[in-house]
Design a protein around this ligand. Structure first.
Ligand code: CMP
Length: 152
């Protein structure tokens, strides 16, 4: 079982796509075990995107990610980190395959609607950035026995 940090970015909130995108993760069988809407500050943006702070596109990225609220959530499930990344599609919506979230809804490199952690280390770091331990609600959905075999 893995946990990954997913952010519905400001373009997702402003375009009223939150419900449709959350539904993709629920439809897949993942559990959403934490969720909150927040206004990202420049300080949080720099922590979240630490690896990009020195890149030429960072000022635009910071203006974008702080420009409207985001929804942060923790998505849990088997192989959640790589499966969620695949569900998002390539970074640039123009290059993302049809059927992926970005392929279906985004035509931009920056405004690509959703962020998801790219590995275990990033997931742990990003979950700690957005959630305190007492904001995480672990639970077993009643549908689990009908989602996969017990030895999977
Ligand atoms: P994300 O998956 O959140 O990780 C870093 C973000 O930076 C990425 O999605 C894009 O929104 C943005 N990004 C990556 N590369 C570029 C780029 N070359 N120009 C502008 N924004 C970018």
């Amino acid at each position: 079982m893995q946990r990954t940090l997913v952010l519905l970015k400001p373009d997702c909130v402003q375009r009223r796509l939150m419900g449709r995108i959350i539904a993709r993760f629920e439809d897949k069988g993942f559990n959403i075990i934490a969720m909150r809407m927040i206004q990202v500050t420049p300080e949080l943006a720099k922590q979240h995107y630490a690896e990009h702070v020195e890149k030429p596109f960072y000022p635009g990225l910071e203006a974008f990610i702080t420009g409207a609220p985001v929804v942060a959530m923790i998505v849990e499930g088997l192989n959640a980190i790589s499966v969620v990344r695949n569900m998002l599609g390539k970074t640039n919506g123009l290059e993302a395959d049809a059927g992926t979230i970005r392929g279906d809804f985004s035509s931009s490199r920056q405004m690509n609607l959703v962020h998801a952690s790219d590995g275990e280390e990033a997931a742990n770091r990003e979950i700690d950035l957005y959630f305190a331990a007492d904001q995480i609600c672990s639970y077993e959905p009643v549908a689990t026995p009908w989602m996969r075999a017990s030895d999977e």
